[in-house]
Design a protein around this ligand. Structure first.
Ligand SMILES: [Zn+2]
Length: 97
């Protein structure tokens, strides 16, 4: 995601995907305070919903034993990462006052 002020990359995907800094961070290039724009927030909600629905379908239609506990997160993780990367690419930041 690029900084709206200096147009340089504000944050890397790994750091962004770890969580809290996805919504509020400082630009790595110019240091301006940034917050997630509406596209990022909507994208995040969609990612959570799709991942949740996917976990639900694994549980219902595949082996319920297989989808217990930790394993269902193993199924959900690639989906969450792919969707997260799409959000990372289409989303953005705006300057926070
Ligand atoms: Zn910047």
């Amino acid at each position: 995601m690029n900084c709206p002020k200096c147009k340089q990359p504000a944050i890397g995907f790994i750091k962004w995907a770890r969580g809290t800094e996805a919504f509020k961070t400082k630009c790595a290039s110019c240091g301006v305070s940034l917050k997630a724009n509406i596209i990022t927030i909507i994208g995040f909600v969609i990612t959570v919903l799709i991942t949740g629905v996917f976990v639900f379908f694994v549980k219902i239609y595949l082996d319920p034993e297989l989808s217990k506990g930790f394993l269902k997160f193993l199924f959900a993780l690639p989906i969450a990462i792919i969707l997260g990367f799409v959000v990372f690419k289409v989303g953005g930041y705006k300057e926070s006052k």
